[in-house]
Design a binder for this molecule. Sequence first.
Ligand SMILES: Nc1ncnc2c1ncn2[C@@H]1O[C@H](COP(=O)(O)OP(=O)(O)OP(=O)(O)O)[C@@H](O)[C@H]1O
Ligand SMILES: [Mg+2]
Length: 122
Amino acid sequence: MKLVIAIVRPEKLNEVLEALYRAEVTGLTISRVRGHGGETEQVETYRGMTVKVELHDKVRLEIGVSDSFVEPTVRAILSAAVTGEVGDGKIFVLPVEKVYRIRTGEEDRSAVTPVTTEESGV
Ligand SMILES: Nc1ncnc2c1ncn2[C@@H]1O[C@H](COP(=O)(O)OP(=O)(O)OP(=O)(O)O)[C@@H](O)[C@H]1O
Ligand SMILES: [Mg+2]
């Protein structure tokens, strides 16, 4: 299993969610975050040190997937989140040691595979 973490523009969230849905990627967690992407336009001084401060609102998606879903997940995000302008975001793919579905105690691949749509809750 892998954990795909994507930081995207908030205005691209709906497109990203639609693309993920089309790729049959269902379970995910979304947070509003603020981030810095390395740009250095704004400079402030803090205790005599020059600190670069430029935080932008972003959305962070966390998606736990089995290995075969990594590529479709990443492709969906890449194609839906891109504008071509600086600040489009990043995608990180992390190894996952264990996954448990709390309700059933299922582990690993079965724990990230969606149950039938009728019974799947959010
Ligand atoms: N190395 C990083 N680690 C963690 N989060 C990052 C990293 N780089 C970027 N981010 C997150 O992604 C957001 C968007 O970053 P951004 O798209 O500016 O990355 P970039 O590498 O500078 O690409 P670009 O050249 O397109 O600006 C940041 O605001 C931050 O939340
Ligand atoms: Mg940047």
